[in-house]
Design a protein. Structure first.
Length: 368
């Protein structure tokens, strides 16, 4: 154990005296948090919504039919009360809910005015705003068609309500995504390069034939990046709260526990890459291209996954960053607890176990 601690201290000293490594470790998270403080606008389609139709009259059914026929929406089901609606939002399976009050058609005919409550999940503000505009356009289209058939003018007024992010800020969507991106790149790339560097200089063979257990040599390379990545998580959260004015609504302890699990997953990928490669350039190329693009494309924080073809949606399930992004958004933005994210946590833990097992097996084969 003493030897292991000494190896870890040596790795810490090596990292802390390398200015380029420190710039990547701590400069990149700060820059990306500041750069990604602004959201991108993307087309949204096939978004899952629910309907609470308390009116069940002709007007409400016609509007629901128009919404269901639109390519922008996919009506999951209908609910009867706000408790069921809140439960659907907490599951994270829907983007929006529409509420038709009782007497909707009667209010149109006799008062010339009726309201539709539009409740959107604004943890992704751009999607929420876009979907709200789509609903308003469909309602306006219905209203125009009805105005041509009746002589009494009336109007339908959608009442919008944005959950989790009423001000439609971009930070609530991008901070969890940047956390996933930064941790994936830093942990994978730095771990892979540090181990491959020992191979190139010839010191790895010396370490492996020493009395020290070979597997502990590899672990001693990963431990410093685990601890430094947790410092990165803390710095990202501090910037989010004090610079981007983004409150943390959930448990900070749970947030760090889930981040630790994801960091271990990323370190496992880095160890696997280092075992399979023999040069720093190749390890860096695989780490950047193999981790950056899948994280950006398939995690869901820049491009809605439901917009993609079904085969690509299946592929996105193999990207650990997707599950971590869902976990962090649920904790930070929605303020949910472990009961709401245990499935995603279990999947992420499964990735970790599989990657560690494959890495250890590959390492033993390499030693043999």
């Amino acid at each position: 154990m003493k030897q292991f601690i000494n190896f870890v201290k040596k790795e810490f000293a090596h990292v802390l005296r390398d200015k380029k490594t420190l710039l990547i470790l701590f400069g990149m998270p700060v820059m990306q948090i500041l750069i990604f403080g602004f959201a991108l606008t993307n087309e949204v389609k096939n978004s899952k919504i629910i309907v609470m139709d308390q009116a069940k009259d002709l007007a409400s059914q016609q509007i629901i039919s128009k919404i269901a026929a639109s390519r922008y929406f996919d009506i999951e089901n209908t609910v009867m009360n706000t408790v069921q609606m809140d439960a659907e939002f907490r599951k994270g399976k829907i983007r929006m809910a529409l509420v038709f009050p009782a007497g909707f058609n009667e209010a149109l005919l006799h008062q010339g005015k009726a309201q539709i409550q539009v409740i959107a999940d604004a943890s992704d503000p751009n999607t929420a705003n876009t979907l709200s505009n789509y609903v308003s356009a469909i309602v306006q289209d219905y209203q125009s068609s009805v105005d041509n058939r009746v002589t009494v003018p009336y109007r339908i007024v959608p009442v919008l309500r944005m959950l989790y992010n009423p001000q439609l800020k971009g930070a609530p969507n991008f901070v969890p995504g940047v956390m996933a991106l930064v941790l994936m790149l830093v942990c994978v790339m730095m771990t892979a390069i540090s181990i491959v560097k020992e191979k190139e200089t010839g010191t790895m063979e010396v370490l492996l034939v020493s009395p020290f257990q070979p597997i502990l040599v590899i672990l001693s390379k990963a431990v410093p990046y685990l601890l430094l990545s947790l410092v990165n998580v803390a710095s990202i959260l501090l910037l989010s709260v004090y610079v981007l004015d983004l409150p943390i609504n959930g448990s900070i302890l749970l947030l760090f526990a889930e981040s630790t699990l994801f960091i271990i997953t990323c370190l496992s990928i880095g160890i696997l890459i280092s075992i399979k490669t023999n040069s720093q350039q190749l390890a860096m190329l695989i780490s950047l291209m193999g981790m950056f693009l899948p994280t950006v494309l398939f995690s869901g924080f820049m491009f809605p996954i439901e917009n993609m073809p079904y085969p690509l949606q299946l592929i996105s399930n193999l990207v650990p960053a997707k599950w971590f992004y869902m976990i962090i958004k649920s904790i930070m933005i929605k303020g949910l607890g472990f009961a709401a994210i245990w499935k995603e946590t279990l999947i992420l833990a499964g990735f970790t176990v599989v990657l560690l097992a494959v890495s250890l097996k590959s390492f033993k084969i390499r030693l043999a």
